[in-house]
Design a binder for this molecule. Structure first.
Ligand code: PLP
Length: 300
């Protein structure tokens, strides 16, 4: 909504974006329908197959879903394609980027739009419990849900955890834990910590979660990492799938596979802490992931 309002304000006719899991694509397609804007969404062919319900939603909402087949055909290539489209038509359209990545002011803008989640979560938590949480946890792909959520708590005496996908293991190519295992580098117009190949280019990465399958995270995360204000840690595929089922059964909430990384870490952290409170950001719902999980893992 924030990005579409900005497009309207700037007199643009069209919004474009990339999407990994399809969540940002659906959100932007919804806003575009509401504000009467054209909408092009770039999405890798791997993710188009994996996240079919969101592809259907975007199409029903009137967006054009443009398949990206280059490279690994996942999120990084979708961002490449969206930037290329934006540079061809920057007068009539605006790139409503889906995370806190890209050149300034994109990371800051996206963080500020997402910060409503952090502000409201803080208010609601205090209303419900009378105090601040001891720890907050969010998953980190490009880092937008985490950046927005964390911004509500950065000045509080609260431990903050950003959780990256460890995927199949620690070998390069088996995970997308850029802040944990990466080094300084530049891609998509921003300087941050990233996973690089032997030539210094963004490395091929893997995550079970389409939305976390990205070789870097936004520059503010690199800053918070270096400051030590946020602890970045990892969760593998197996623990993520277990957390997906556990939250569904314990609370009746089916979490997105991205968010399930944060849930898995929250469960582990709660056990370690013994007492106190952990607030987890559920960045999305898991309807989009149900077919994929049942096909690949069955019911656990
Ligand atoms: C539900 C959900 N959570 C998290 C993410 C990761 O993005 P970010 O790290 O920018 O929040 C995505 C991306 O598609 C997502 O769909």
């Amino acid at each position: 909504m924030g990005e579409a309002l900005l497009a309207k304000y700037m007199g643009k006719k069209k919004v474009i974006a990339e999407t990994g899991a399809g969540q940002h694509g659906v959100a932007l397609a919804t806003a575009a329908a509401y504000f009467g804007l054209e909408c092009d969404i770039y999405m890798g062919s791997v993710d188009i197959k994996k996240q079919a319900p969101n592809v259907a939603r975007m199409k029903i909402l009137g967006a054009n879903v443009i398949e990206v087949t280059e490279g690994l055909a996942t999120l990084k290539e979708a961002v490449d394609a969206a930037f290329a489209a934006y540079s061809r038509n920057y007068k009539d359209c605006i790139y409503c980027i889906g995370s806190v990545v890209g050149p300034h002011p994109f990371p800051m803008m996206v963080r500020d739009f997402q910060s409503v989640v952090g502000i409201e979560a803080r208010e609601q938590f205090i209303e419900m419990t009378g105090e601040l949480p001891d720890a907050v946890v969010a998953c980190v792909g490009g880092g937008s849900n985490a950046a927005g959520f964390f911004s509500g708590f950065l000045n509080d005496p609260v431990d903050i955890y950003g959780i990256e996908p460890l995927g199949r293991g620690t070998d390069l190519g088996d995970h997308a834990a850029s802040l944990k295992y990466g080094t300084e580098g530049v891609m998509h117009g921003f300087n941050s910590i990233m996973l690089k190949d032997e030539n210094g280019d963004p490395a091929p990465v893997y995550s079970i979660a389409s939305g976390l399958d990205y070789p870097s995270s936004g520059p503010e995360h690199a800053f918070l990492h270096d400051l030590g204000r946020v602890k970045y840690d990892v969760v593998n595929d197996d623990d993520t799938i277990n957390a997906f089922f556990e939250l569904s059964r314990m609370e009746g909430i089916i979490p997105a596979i991205e968010s399930s990384h944060a849930v898995a870490y929250g469960i582990k952290l709660a056990k370690e802490m013994g007492k106190g409170s952990v607030l987890i950001n559920l960045s999305g719902r898991g309807d989009k992931d149900m077919d994929y999980i049942i096909e690949k893992y069955g019911i656990r």
